[in-house]
Design a protein around this ligand. Structure first.
Ligand SMILES: [Fe+2]
Length: 284
């Protein structure tokens, strides 16, 4: 869409209804915990390849979405947590990470407003159903898909290098466009797809039914995106007292030392001002 065309200079664009997509900002300070994400994604790459798992990622993209589900043959991996929700990997899911607590509080606050704008009641409770991180090196992208069953799909740009490609959404009214008198090139040019321009630290919220994909990352720098699905709690779930992810039990102790653990240990040694055994550092 060219919102800079003369038309938009001469006339106001009016949509009488709430938008499908909201955008707000959050400072993720991603550089301080990027190592953890790289380790997490290297581990899921191993799981995805060895179990031949499918996902919408293409041409080198990695997604940790598989850690939301109990996959077969996970026990053989050194980073395996347990079969409980959120423990597939010893780090758990991003929504359980202390590095993201502030973000999930912020998101919760924003969704309170958005759900009312879209027609739900303020008191209806939500919970995080799935969450994952995608890493797109040069050439990688995400194929068209939707987030079935999610009342809210959210996309957070942890690192979006300049010119590394945006999210594209499919016009949900495209079947009505087929009844309009339009040039056939409308479809050839894929004008039923619209890009959502963003930068690092932007957060998008849209309904799970809205089909979307990403543009290719054409740069030499990785693009990192955190995705979170939320659903409304049913009466049964309400009675089961859903806890926010951050309050769930901590993940399994680290028996594999990766880059992230090494950094954490170094930091704790420095803080303690002396030599500490790894076993002492790893104690909860
Ligand atoms: Fe998606």
């Amino acid at each position: 869409m060219n919102f800079n065309s003369p038309l938009y200079q001469m006339a106001d664009a009016i949509d009488a209804f709430p938008p499908y997509v909201f955008k707000f900002k959050h400072d993720f300070k991603f550089d301080t915990w990027k190592h953890k994400v790289d380790q997490y994604l290297d581990d899921v790459d191993e799981l995805t390849k060895s179990n031949n798992l499918s996902d919408p990622e293409a041409d080198g993209g990695t997604t940790s979405v598989h850690f939301n589900f109990n996959n077969l043959n996970a026990e053989k991996f050194s980073w395996y947590g347990s079969e409980d929700y959120g423990k597939m990997h010893k780090y758990g899911l991003p929504s359980q990470w202390p590095e993201l607590k502030e973000f999930y509080d912020h998101l919760d606050h924003m969704l309170g407003y958005i759900q009312v704008e879209w027609g739900s009641r303020a008191e209806w409770r939500r919970f995080v159903s799935e969450n994952w991180i995608n890493r797109h090196p040069k050439g990688a992208w995400t194929r068209e898909h939707h987030h079935q069953n999610a009342a809210f799909a959210t996309v957070a740009y942890l690192d979006l290098p300049p010119n590394s490609g945006f999210l594209e959404i499919r016009n949900p009214l495209e079947n009505l466009k087929k009844g309009e008198t339009i040039d056939g090139m409308y479809w050839t040019d894929e004008r039923n797809w619209g890009q959502v321009e963003c930068e690092t630290n932007d957060v998008l919220v849209f309904p799970g039914w809205l089909s979307h994909r990403t543009q290719k990352n054409e740069t030499n720098d990785n693009r990192y995106v955190l995705s979170t699905n939320l659903q409304f709690a049913t009466k049964v779930q309400e009675e089961a007292e859903i806890k926010p992810p951050i309050e769930r039990e901590p993940v399994a102790p680290p028996w594999l030392v990766g880059k992230y653990e090494e950094l954490q240990r170094e930091q704790k040694r420095e803080e303690a001002g002396g030599a500490l055994k790894d076993s002492d550092i790893d104690k909860p």
